[in-house]
Design a binder for this molecule. Structure first.
Ligand code: DLL
Length: 445
């Protein structure tokens, strides 16, 4: 049962018009914008110019949209190597905002915006919220972090431009989040799915059931999550949970969003051109085939990105969506090509573990994967919280669940791993992106 009344009126939001363009018109628009953007990048960014010249290409060689596949890729190290301002295509006096993505090691990646870029960003975020059925009158609690992270301000500008009432609460301070959610009659919340679970759990401990509140929509992203996780969230809180995708290098949040059909994420293709390539060879793959998402910005001024390798693994869905949008969809991003770890020769992604765990009754959606090395042998332990009922049951219930999880994990992963059932609230909660894998193999020697 969901409180979120799903309407199709979102398609009538004026800002959403580009979502419904006839495909030939959209392709014309994409090509025109691509030409302009490549010329701009070629003229103003030495890195792009040199890379193109290295392949004997100039912007004039771009005679059609498919010619895009001849252009060189941009990868994360290109951004690192040009830290901080080397890939900027405009002088600093045209840059009105800087954000940065922290990354796991070393220096961050710096992303600049001109005034026009901010406008585009707000526009795609309005289209994002409209696709989730939000409108003026909604009270949006924005719990994405404000600051260098793009989540907070990106969602803020979009929600404001939509005409909604924004609560710029930022991430963290769980007690205050719950108080505001209840007292301010919040109808929509933006945060990572893992943090939302934490909020709803803490609220329940205080006797506050989200199902009894006006909250009806969650706009969740910035980290991978699964259908099993969505089911848990929707069942436990009575809201509709939407998957929002984005990355700093391209703009921040607002690259893609689910519509009320909840069947893939629409990419705002008039601003971000998607391709899927083989992650190993870089060869373009046809629609419907899984691979690495590559994005090209079509309108970004301050830092255009040509064929950026996102490392996010997904599939482009060419078939039309029941919502009527003509912009293509990607499947939910369940993994990154660099998420993968290898245990005893088997490739494993955290999302496989999540699905296996959450399909079992008695588990809570909090888990962690701990990798260690003992006598040169890799060991993987999956720690998962169990419901208080299971935990306080006779030892039999725990054992039964343990055996069940061992089996389903072995089925999914094709190797035997260890499972440790732990008490509720044992696994550390995150206020932003959850850290699912604890790799202690290096330190274990
Ligand atoms: O996470 C931007 C964002 C903010 C997106 C708020 C959505 C909501 P970065 O910190 O640069 O930017 O991280 C980008 O996060 O390449 C994906 O690997 C992952 N990611 C983002 N959204 C999703 C999602 C923001 N819905 C990286 N599903 C991306 C899976 C996601 N992974």
């Amino acid at each position: 049962m969901h409180k979120g009344q799903e309407t199709t009126t979102d398609k009538f939001h004026p800002a959403s018009a580009p979502d419904f363009l006839p495909r030939p018109q959209l392709r014309d628009l994409q090509y025109t914008r691509l030409r302009g953007m490549v010329e701009h990048a070629y003229r103003n960014v030495a890195h792009f110019r040199e890379r193109m010249r290295g392949l004997g290409l100039t912007p004039a060689d771009l005679r059609s949209l498919p010619d895009l596949t001849h252009l060189p890729f941009t990868v994360k190290t290109d951004l690192r190597d040009n830290y901080p301002y080397g890939l900027f295509a405009v002088p600093l006096d045209k840059v009105v905002r800087l954000h940065a993505s922290s990354g796991t090691t070393g220096k961050p990646i710096v992303v600049p915006y001109t005034r026009a870029d901010i406008k585009v960003w707000s526009e795609v975020m309005v289209r994002t919220f409209a696709a989730c059925g939000l409108h003026a009158g909604d009270v949006v609690q924005n719990a994405y972090g404000y600051g260098l992270f793009t989540g907070g301000l990106g969602a803020h500008y979009g929600a404001e431009a939509l005409g909604a009432t924004v609560i710029p609460i930022s991430g963290g301070n769980t007690e205050r989040q719950i108080m505001v959610l209840k007292d301010f009659n919040t109808t929509a919340i933006c945060c990572t799915p893992s943090y939302f679970l934490h909020l709803s759990e803490r609220a329940l401990e205080q006797g506050i059931d989200f199902r009894q509140l006006p909250l009806r929509v969650g706009v969740f992203g910035a980290e991978p999550w699964t259908e099993a996780m969505r089911r848990r969230i929707e069942e436990e809180t009575g809201i509709r949970a939407y998957d929002i995708y984005g990355l700093s290098e391209i703009i921040g949040p607002g690259v893609g969003i689910e519509c009320t059909a909840h069947d893939g994420l629409h990419i705002f293709e008039d601003h971000f051109y998607p391709e899927i390539v083989d992650p190993q060879t870089g060869q373009p793959l046809p629609d419907g085939q899984e691979g690495e998402l590559v994005l090209t910005t079509l309108s970004k001024q301050a830092m255009p990105m040509i064929r950026y390798r996102t490392r996010d693994i997904t599939t482009l869905m060419a078939e039309p969506c029941s919502c009527g949008r003509t912009i293509r969809r990607i499947r939910r991003i369940s993994r990154r090509s660099d998420d993968m770890f290898i245990i005893r020769g088997v490739n494993i992604y955290p999302s496989q573990v999540e699905t296996a765990l959450l399909n079992a009754e008695g588990t809570l959606p909090h888990y962690q994967i701990v990798l260690t090395r003992e006598k040169d042998l890799d060991r993987m332990e999956v720690q998962v919280e169990v419901t208080p009922e299971v935990f306080s049951d006779r030892i039999g219930a725990l054992e039964k669940l343990n055996t069940k999880l061992l089996k389903s994990l072995e089925q999914v992963l094709n190797i035997r791993v260890d499972v440790r059932l732990v008490a509720p609230r044992t696994i550390q909660r995150s206020e932003g992106k959850a850290k699912r894998v604890l790799d202690q193999r290096q330190t274990a020697g």
